[in-house]
Design a protein around this ligand. Structure first.
Ligand code: ADP
Ligand code: MG
Length: 697
């Protein structure tokens, strides 16, 4: 194998390649575009396209595609080959600036939430030069945004880029007020830790529920799952190790800095963490990571499960979104500094995030909402559906001292006058260890733990950027207008702590006491997706997104529709899958087993007195009773499913699915799982939980 430094980024048209292959002037023009978000001149685009094509062909690529992120949550690509006919009947390899910059996929099958109907039927893709092109499976992939002809966003990248622009603009205003004039750009940074399960492919293919829905809809708990905590950070099994090796190599080729890998809490559960980078790139990378994870698993005869809750009563999978703000001069704005001046700036940014999270709990909750994640949030191993912030004891005490204007009674006694005194050093490690908080400060960044493993991180980050930009804007307005900057700054920080400290909670977020306490504090508790989504289109949010040019009202409504529709489709498919499994496989298996026991009982009747047949008869009674209940419940689910089509209003339909269908599904599962416990494995039609969770050895 070649060395890591040789393979790293070998499939990326990155800065090094650009510098090598582009004429100096073209390179400079492209860098300027990338840094400032300007549009490229057509002749420059033509030169870049040609160099890209030559490079890609040398690497064995034959096709190119505009790689985009429609509202399906996964990526889309339509491949075109480079070949172009010549007059003499031959072909040449061509790729023009126009083809690089703009594409027109037949986009009518992508969700638009009514946007395309209202405006223009077709959509187009446009090159995002801030994310590098790369080669995947012989195809040159060009990261693009996807919009309608009227310019309305139909994808997940466009609003993210807009939000990065908004936060850049407002953060620069603040930095300027602190006398920071060298900084030209502020970007948000993200490192997304990805959790996943690996199961053997043969076992996976035998489970219709995994195949159709990504999670098990039936299945009783095996004798052992994670009770012994022996999986977490445990030594890696050979097959898993091989998988991670191949995965890393593929990711490194794509320039993705996959760094950490370890076993997670549940059996068969693992985690991958890349080194953080700017949010746009981190989002593209996370989409690629999920894609490559599945493909490499296939190659290793395994299946990679990215669903948030593939197995009941076993930990689910999340995506920990580590987020911070960073300047082009290399300063992390959420890193406490060493001078009073730096500290004041840090506290202001910290307070901005505190206020943003408290004021927009609804939006953060929405950014982690999906049918899949509803199974995980609030379950014992995942953050609750209530948003709160963990700051750690030291930092919380410092904020309390600031609020009261009193001395901080830490290791050294410090009178906290902002801008005059330095912050006491608080140990970073202590800030990092509350795993029950949905939103934790971990020393120099925030870790948002609510998003599900299967989601794009685009929406959570677009929300984080937007709500932070909004508060920074308010702060900048006040500070710019202030006669005495320091006095206004002190007031601003103090008021923010006072008004928003209810969002800070350092205790155990998994307990019921916390939910009661959260209610007393007036924090929002939105347990399910249909509870959360209607908040998206509230007037305050319409205004917020419009103010920062993230979404127009029409765009926002279209997102809302798409999210609701997706929720409904997912639950509907799960219900249909359950019905099929119940009718086609489970019920016939149950009948076979009942036939076997009743024949046993009948033959025993001849041979044994009643008292000696009690075990067999008891099993028979249990099974026939359960079979009856199962049959009845299957019928109820079926008729409730057929009533779905009568619900025409999307929200009403989503609520019906949640309140009626999901309840039916839970009841049906309970009966089936009860029967699975009694039935011999040879009669049960699917691999069981033990077979799945311990299939990779
Ligand atoms: P852990 O949370 O397991 O203790 P780390 O704190 O080292 O691990 O990092 C977790 C993730 O946070 C990694 O993906 C890392 O790259 C990312 N991260 C570290 N610093 C930042 C930052 N300033 N901005 C965004 N992400 C960051
Ligand atoms: Mg972490």
């Amino acid at each position: 194998m070649s060395s890591i430094s040789e393979i790293f980024g070998s499939m990326v048209f990155n800065d090094r390649v650009m510098r090598e292959r582009l004429p100096k002037e073209t390179y400079k023009a492209l860098r300027k575009t990338m840094a400032e978000g300007k549009t490229l001149k057509p002749e420059v685009a033509g030169v870049v396209a040609n160099a890209m094509k030559d490079w890609a062909i040398e690497k064995g690529a034959t096709h190119y595609t505009h790689w985009f992120q429609p509202m399906t949550g996964i990526t889309a690509e339509k491949h075109d080959s480079f070949i172009s006919p010549t007059a003499d009947g031959n072909v040449i390899m061509e790729f023009s600036g126009k083809e690089l910059e703009k594409g027109e996929p037949d986009a009518s099958s992508f969700p638009s939430g009514g946007l395309r109907a209202t405006f223009e039927a077709r959509g187009y893709t446009a090159w995002d030069p801030t994310s590098y092109a790369f080669i995947k499976e012989g195809t040159l992939c060009i990261p693009t945004v996807f919009c309608s002809y009227g310019g309305e966003a139909l994808d997940k990248k466009t609003p993210l880029l807009r939000s990065m622009e908004a936060v850049n603009y407002q953060a620069l205003r603040i930095l300027k007020l602190f006398g920071n004039t060298q900084v030209r750009h502020v970007t948000t940074t993200v490192g997304a830790e990805q959790e996943y399960f690996l199961v053997d492919r043969d076992v996976f293919l035998k489970r219709k529920d995994l195949l159709y829905t990504g999670r098990t809809l039936f299945g009783t708990k095996p004798p052992k799952t994670q009770e012994l905590d022996d999986h977490y950070f445990g030594s890696l099994k050979t097959r898993v190790k091989q998988y991670m090796k191949e995965l890393n190599e593929e990711l490194w080729k794509l320039g993705i800095m996959s760094k950490t890998e370890h076993n997670e809490a549940a059996p068969a559960q693992h985690e991958l963490a890349p080194i953080y980078c700017n949010t746009n790139l981190a989002t593209d990378h996370n989409q690629l990571i999920m894609d490559v994870m599945k493909k490499v698993a296939e190659r290793c005869n395994m299946a990679c499960l990215l669903h948030e809750k593939p197995f009941e009563s076993v930990s689910g999978s999340g995506k920990h979104n580590n987020w911070s703000l960073s300047t082009d001069t290399g300063i992390n704005l959420l890193e406490p500094g060493s001078s009073p001046h730096e500290n004041a700036q840090f506290l202001l940014f910290l307070c901005a995030v505190i206020k943003a999270v408290d004021e927009h709990q609804d939006l953060l909750r929405i950014s982690a909402s999906s049918a899949g994640n509803d199974n995980r949030l609030g379950a014992s191993e995942a953050p609750p559906a209530v948003i709160s912030m963990f700051l750690g004891t030291e930092l919380t005490e410092i904020l309390e001292a600031i609020e009261k204007g009193s001395a901080y009674q830490g290791k050294e006694k410090v009178d906290m006058e902002i801008g005059v005194h330095t912050l006491p050093k608080f140990p970073r490690d202590n800030t990092d260890r509350n795993r029950t908080s949905p939103f934790a400060f971990t020393g120099n960044k925030f870790e948002f733990r609510m998003p599900g493993s299967n989601m794009s991180i685009s929406c959570p980050n677009m929300i984080l950027n937007t709500i932070t930009a909004d508060v920074l804007m308010e702060f900048a307005d006040k500070l710019e207008a202030a006669e005495d900057f320091n006095a206004e700054l002190n007031l601003l920080i103090r008021d923010t702590i006072k008004n928003h400290k209810r969002i800070i909670f350092n205790g155990n977020g998994y307990t019921d006491e916390w939910l009661d306490e959260a209610q007393k504090r007036g924090l929002l508790n939105l347990p399910t997706t249909p509870d959360a989504l209607p908040h998206f289109i509230k007037e305050k949010n319409v205004e917020l997104f419009a103010k920062h040019h993230i979404f127009t009202k029409a765009e926002l409504h279209s997102r809302y529709e798409i999210l609701l529709e997706t929720y409904c489709k997912v639950v509907h498919i799960e219900a249909n899958t359950m019905l099929e499994m119940a009718k086609k496989d489970i019920m016939p298996a149950v009948m076979k087993y009942i036939k076997f026991i009743s024949e046993t009982v009948a033959s025993l009747k001849i041979a044994l007195p009643e008292a000696d047949r009690s075990a067999e008869e008891e099993i028979l009674t249990k099974m026939t009773n359960s079979a009856g209940a199962f049959y009845k419940m299957t019928g109820k689910l079926e008729s409730d499913i057929s009533a779905i089509k009568e619900k025409n209003v999307p929200l009403q339909k989503a609520c019906y699915l949640r309140d009626v269908i999901i309840k039916d599904m839970a009841e049906l599962r309970q009966i089936a799982d009860g029967m699975e416990e009694i039935m011999p494995s040879e009669y049960y039609p699917y691999p069981n939980y033990g077979d799945m969770l311990f299939s990779v050895i």
